[in-house]
Design a protein around this ligand. Sequence first.
Ligand SMILES: NC(=O)c1ccc[n+]([C@@H]2O[C@H](COP(=O)([O-])OP(=O)(O)OC[C@H]3O[C@@H](n4cnc5c(N)ncnc54)[C@H](O)[C@@H]3O)[C@@H](O)[C@H]2O)c1
Ligand SMILES: C[C@@H](O)[C@H](N)C(=O)O
Length: 343
Amino acid sequence: MRTAVLAEPTQFELEERPRPSPGPDDVLVAIRDVGICGSDVHYYEHGRIGDYVVDYPLVLGHESAGEVVDVGEEVTGLEPGDRVALEPGVPCRRCAHCKRGDYHLCEDVRFMATPPHDGAFTEYVSWPADFAYQLPENVSTAEGALCEPLSVGIHACRRGDVGTGDTVLVAGAGPIGLLAMEAARAAGATDIVVSDVVEEKLDFAAERGADLTVDVTETDLETAIDEYTDGVGADVVVEASGADPSIQSTVDAVRRGGTVVLVGLADEATVPFDVLEVIDNEIDVHGSFRYKNTYDAAIDLLADDAVDVEGIVDFESPLDDIEAAFQRAMEPAAIKGMITFDP
Ligand SMILES: NC(=O)c1ccc[n+]([C@@H]2O[C@H](COP(=O)([O-])OP(=O)(O)OC[C@H]3O[C@@H](n4cnc5c(N)ncnc54)[C@H](O)[C@@H]3O)[C@@H](O)[C@H]2O)c1
Ligand SMILES: C[C@@H](O)[C@H](N)C(=O)O
């Protein structure tokens, strides 16, 4: 099977690998669509993200969906021909975190395209059947692949307890921010403010329904939020940029008693943060790491047309052109690239 292998920084090689056989509890999936995530681009460019260092060769890609072509002998509920979205993190199922239900916090998780685990820029993947979610007829495999970043948004909104009538500030209009906005709207938020430093990103967020956009290079975020909320502040802030100034400004933009959800990964682990403001205003600050139990919800939202994920895809490319696709993904205005496979 044809596989794109990251052989060294900024260097993909296309190689033939043997097609895997499904284990007893696995499905063999012919991959149809794989999104290019910011973390894929980071590994491509720098060969590491924090403590995760690429031991070459590595197969990238963790936002994937495709068609089941074979099933292991113990698999029930899925059969060849079914289209599925693959949840990319398979936990150990035995540790204290897994047993508590926090399987996304499992320290032995096998997460696609996070070293040393291979991902989905390949023609076939064998994957545990319970982490393969059947797609209804009206949900495409491209949408199935984007259940992954949508899941990050859903989990962030759950962490922030976003509810009916809320005003939500989403900081950062990359794919994660844009899909957090979709998830917030679906959770009942009626007012969504999006901040960014790139005008095109804000224009795109506005086209996709943001009620207010704030270019923080020109406008003070706290002032803009104060004006929009009559001095109250946002109920929930979802920080999806990872930029230090944005992380710092979350406590100024949220209302007293409100919630800040930190999703964006800062370059440095330490960011100056006004703790007194957190205490005085009784702000709940939550970290949000990946997701758990979100795929069924993501697929239901897509089937009901309650969210739009395909609209964030701004370019598609076949596997053979993956190098060019990654170069394009590195452009500042790029949003979401998709590697597509012929059926
Ligand atoms: N916690 C998790 O589980 C999780 C999962 C996926 C991604 N992430 C992280 O979430 C972040 C967003 O991911 P993405 O793929 O959308 O990234 P991205 O780089 O495409 O988007 C980030 C956006 O933030 C904007 N930005 C930069 N400085 C800003 C500022 N001061 N204020 C507001 N916006 C600003 C950028 O212009 C860009 O549009 C990244 O840090 C990523 O590593 C976290
Ligand atoms: C959650 C996923 O989208 C993220 N890129 C990660 O590797 O953690």
